[in-house]
Write a protein that binds this ligand. Structure first.
Ligand code: GAR
Length: 201
């Protein structure tokens, strides 16, 4: 893959600040071995879709309610990824756990950003603000973010990068979420994507 850029799809559900970090990293040259060619959302009206459109990236919306089961929903996503010849998939705030039939089709080709230092505060039920609420109520003094490959175990795939973030006096889940994004997620997600794309076989 050295001379040809990997085609990257980003799966989103919400605000898309991590998608924005990837777009910015592509523009600044941090990401040079891959190109984001597709953004798929499982939520209509997700602001991430606007970010993609503003950057001239093709978008698609796939809604679970239009399929009789999770398998149908995942097969619909797979069909788009296949049609667009996607090499690498990034889950950037994608709030739907993918089954083994999906993850097994892309071994070490799907990466996810999670807002804690795995194996703390991760797995089913730990997403978004809930992760930071759990870290604060446990009383840890350091948290952070992890980028990892996605396999059949929620947040259980091989770790690619981690970055620690200090918890400060008076933190609320919202304040902590923002600090973890700024200091960790928006940095290690682009770096991890570049690493994975540059090492593709
Ligand atoms: C990010 O903090 C991301 O790490 C988290 O959701 C947020 C999405 O924000 N993901 C998870 O909790 C996955 N388990 P964004 O839409 O602004 O990128």
């Amino acid at each position: 893959m050295a001379e040809k850029k990997a085609k990257v799809a980003v799966l989103v559900s919400g605000g898309g600040t991590n998608l924005q970090a990837l777009i910015d990293a592509q523009h600044s040259g941090i990401i040079k071995s891959g190109e984001i060619t597709l953004v798929i959302s499982n939520k209509e009206g997700a602001y991430a879709l606007e970010r993609a459109k503003n950057a001239g990236i093709e978008t698609a919306v796939v809604l679970k309610r239009n399929y009789s089961d999770a398998l149908g929903f995942e097969e619909a996503i797979k069909a788009i990824l296949t049609e667009k010849e996607i090499d690498v998939i990034v889950l950037a705030g994608f709030m739907s756990i993918l089954s083994e039939s999906f993850t097994g089709a892309y071994p070490e080709r799907i990466i996810n950003v999670h807002p804690s230092l795995i194996p703390s505060f991760c797995g089913a039920g730990f997403y978004g603000l809930r992760v930071h609420e759990a870290a604060l109520s446990y009383g840890v003094k350091v948290t952070g973010a992890t980028v990892h490959f996605v396999n059949e175990i929620p947040d259980g795939g091989r770790i690619i990068m981690q970055k620690a973030v200090e918890i400060e006096e008076g933190d609320t889940p919202e304040i902590l979420q923002k600090r973890v994004m700024e200091q960790a997620e928006w940095k290690i997600l682009p770096l991890s994507l570049e690493k994975v794309c540059s090492e593709l076989k």
